[in-house]
Design a protein around this ligand. Structure first.
Ligand code: FAD
Length: 463
């Protein structure tokens, strides 16, 4: 018997673990462990948690339709999984790799407990197109790439040479077992997993991919930043929960120059996954630099969409009401918070982590580090996006602002982008101050190093 534990891989197609188990010809016990740590902070009420639970409901239904058994339990994974492995006389536990500090801590504890029981933990790669360690060996470098462009060049070669199309092994080929009743009872979930509202929801990820490749991909390079028009794939929430595999996404893209822009975005995703695996500071920059000069004074106004800067308030309103925000506006709002409002980036990071339907700890941190000019290949500290100019450039008619802030509808196309009289900050003066402050912050690199070495990662900042 092999125990397999689903985590950020809520699907049944193209599962490296299924391929692995079918090769071994073993029976398998499939678990999903609802982890109280991850469900803390009222997660299931926020967009990030609601989307995750919807994808879990979809997974349960996919199993049911295949006549297979998915055992959903609630409790500490490092406590439940070894008990299940022992009770079912498993020879091995299999998971897909996850590289956040909490996941590493959790899997480290799990591996130790299993080791004591003589049961190995097998970790397979699933999330990236280029598995970080393998790619690092392929690149033959001493130190990781710090700049995206050379990384991307090598990444393109690597993916071209090693890409494996989606696996044809299906769940039907496996023989899945039911969890022993004593454990199922002891770890019964207090959370009700609501069934999906309709049949269409079952095929959402595949339909989103098909619709994008069929009608938007060819214009993506020109249209992606025009955020008032829905020109991007909208796939992130499915990719991040693993509801669709990254190989399925990549394979659907036809070869050719036209698709270069989208390929690059998939490579940015891998670049952040690579950093999370190979940059020891990735989840610790706030302790590497001295951010004590910054303050949370304006965080509430920013989060409630009450800054008086129309594009910022429109973007935050969309986030608060729908759990979505286009990429360009994530950059603009994040820079505004960290630079113009001089707030430490972890405040924004943690709010996005809660409120984004596609929240992903690695990509979210990557985006916040970039905006705060910290980490590999971040935005230069002196290049601060002006929200008003960004708004005029990418949505001259102010369509997006009118959609999310109907109270401004009557403004002319010219005036709608302007800061309102009660704006909490002057864009020009705050920009100049931010340049001085970030110069100081960047020169503090390493000042907090001793603390970094001494402290364990805190689950709150990097679940
Ligand atoms: C401050 C900030 C926070 C962010 N937080 C998240 C997050 O929590 N989860 C998340 O998935 N993305 C995050 N991003 C990256 C990006 O905004 C989203 O991936 C993108 O908006 C998703 O929309 P889409 O699926 O339509 O993307 P498309 O434009 O269709 O791109 C296809 C895929 O490429 C990847 N991708 C696209 N842009 C980026 C990028 N800038 N960085 C890394 N990967 C990218 C995503 O997997 C995306 O689904 C963040 C960016 C910033 C600036």
């Amino acid at each position: 018997m092999i125990v397999f534990v689903h985590r950020k891989d809520l699907r049944i197609a193209d599962m490296p673990a299924f391929t692995y188990i079918s090769r071994k010809g073993s029976k398998s016990l499939h678990l999903f462990v609802l982890d109280p740590v991850i469900l803390s902070e009222r997660r299931t009420e926020a967009a990030s948690g609601r989307h995750f639970m919807a994808m879990l409901a979809r997974l349960q239904e996919l199993y049911r339709r295949e006549g297979a058994k998915l055992n959903v339990v609630y409790g500490a994974p490092e406590e439940i999984i070894p008990q299940a492995a022992l009770l079912h006389e498993a020879c091995e536990v299999v998971v897909h790799r996850d590289d956040t500090p909490y996941a590493r801590q959790r899997d480290g504890k799990l591996e130790k407990t299993l080791w004591r029981l003589g049961i190995p933990l097998t970790v397979l790669s699933d999330q990236p197109l280029a598995e970080p360690d393998e790619f690092h060996r392929y690149a033959g470098r001493q130190t990781p790439y710090k700049v995206f462009t050379p990384y991307y060049r090598k990444w393109s070669e690597f993916v071209r040479d090693t890409f494996q199309p989606p696996s044809a092994v299906s769940l039907r080929q496996l023989t899945t077992a039911s969890l022993h009743e004593s454990l199922a009872d002891a770890y019964r979930s207090p959370f009700r997993i609501e069934p999906l509202p309709n049949e269409e929801s079952m095929t959402e990820p595949e339909r989103a991919l098909g619709a994008f490749v069929g009608s938007k991909l060819s214009d993506y390079a020109d249209r992606r930043d025009w955020y008032a028009t829905d020109a991007t794939s909208g796939l992130s929430a499915y990719i991040n929960t693993g509801a669709i595999s990254i190989r399925t996404v990549y394979e659907s893209m036809l070869e050719g120059e036209t698709y270069e822009a989208w390929r690059r975005q998939l490579a940015w995703r891998d670049f952040y996954l690579y950093q999370s695996a190979l940059d020891p500071l990735f989840f610790r920059y706030e302790r590497h630099f001295d951010l004590s000069i910054l303050s949370d004074r304006h965080v509430d106004a920013w989060s409630r969409a009450e800054t008086g800067i129309p594009i910022i308030d429109a973007a935050m309103t969309q986030l608060n009401e729908t759990g979505r925000m286009p990429n360009r506006l994530r950059m603009v709002t994040a820079m505004f918070l960290t630079k113009n409002l001089l707030a430490p980036f972890p405040f924004g990071e943690s709010l996005f982590r809660h409120r984004l339907a596609d929240a992903d700890n690695v990509l979210n941190r990557g985006g916040w580090l970039w905006s705060a000019s910290l980490g590999f290949d971040a935005a230069p500290y002196f290049r601060i996006m002006n929200p008003e100019s960004q708004s005029r450039q990418w949505d001259p008619a102010g369509e997006y602002i009118r959609r999310w802030l109907p109270q401004l509808r009557a403004f002319s196309d010219r005036d709608i982008h302007r800061p309102l009289p009660h704006a909490i900050v002057d864009l020009k003066a705050s920009r100049a101050r931010a340049i001085d402050v970030y110069k100081q912050i960047l020169s503090s690199a390493g000042a907090m190093q001793r603390e970094v070495d001494e402290k364990e990662p805190e689950p709150g900042s990097a679940l």
